[in-house]
Ligand binder design. Sequence first.
Ligand SMILES: [Zn+2]
Length: 259
Amino acid sequence: MNTLLNRVYSDYFMPSRLDKYEELLVRAIDNGFAQTSVRSLFQLIIDGLALPDKFLMHRHDIDTDIETARKLFVIEKRLNIKSSFYFRLKTLDFKFMKEIEEYGSEASYHYEEIATFAKRNRLRTVTEVRERLVEIRCEFSNNFHAIEKQLGRKLTTVASHGDFVNRRLNFANTEILACHDLRANCGISCEAYDKKLLNVFDIYISDKPYPQHFFPMSPFQAIEEKARICLLTHPRQWKTNWVENSKDNLLRIKEGLSW
Ligand SMILES: [Zn+2]
C-alpha cells in the first residue's frame, strides 16, 4: 500500500525538484567537476587521452515527458553544461533533438526492441526471444538508421531502456548490441552499459522515485567523496506531469495485461 501511495505522490503531487537539479550542477561546478555527455567522455577514452581529474557524466533517459526534459536542458544551457539525452521511439522530438545537438550536447536513441518485439509477439521466455534475435536486430537497425536520417546526424552512442518485460524475462535490451557486425554496420562506438565506459567511474548513480530519489547514494554526497561519477536521470523523477504519467501508467497496465 505504501509503495502505491508513494508512487501516486511521486507521479502526481511531488513538488518540482528542478531547483535541486540546478543546485546539483552548480555544486559540481564549484567542486571542480567537468560535466560531460556520454559521447564526449567516450571519445576521450577511445582516443586514450587523459580524463579530467573530476568528471560528472550526465545521461538522461527520456522515458516520458519531453516538457520536463526541455526544462533540464534549459538549466544545463544556462550553466554551460553538456550532457546526453536518449529518446525512445515514443518520445522522439526531432526539433528538440536538433536543438540539443546544435548546442553541443548529445541527442540519441534509447532503444528497447527486445521488449517491444516480445510484447508484440507475446514471447514469454528468453529462449523464444533468442530465436528471434536476428529479426529484433534488424528492427533495431532500421529504427536506428531512420532516426539518424531524420535527425540529419550520425549517432555514435545509444542507451538501452529497461522495460518491465526485460525485468520479467531477465533479458536486457543490451543483448541486441552484443553483436559486432551490427555495431559496425550502425557505426555505434558505445552502448551506455559497455564495460569500457562504466569501468572509468568511481560510482554509477541513478535517480529513483520518491522517497528514495537516488541509488546507491545522493549525487550531492558523491561530488564530495568521489571523483568520477556517472549520473543517470529521468524527467519523471524531477517534476510531475499528470498527463504524461497517467498515459504511461495506463499503458503499463494495458501492456501487462496483454503480454
Ligand atoms: Zn528508459
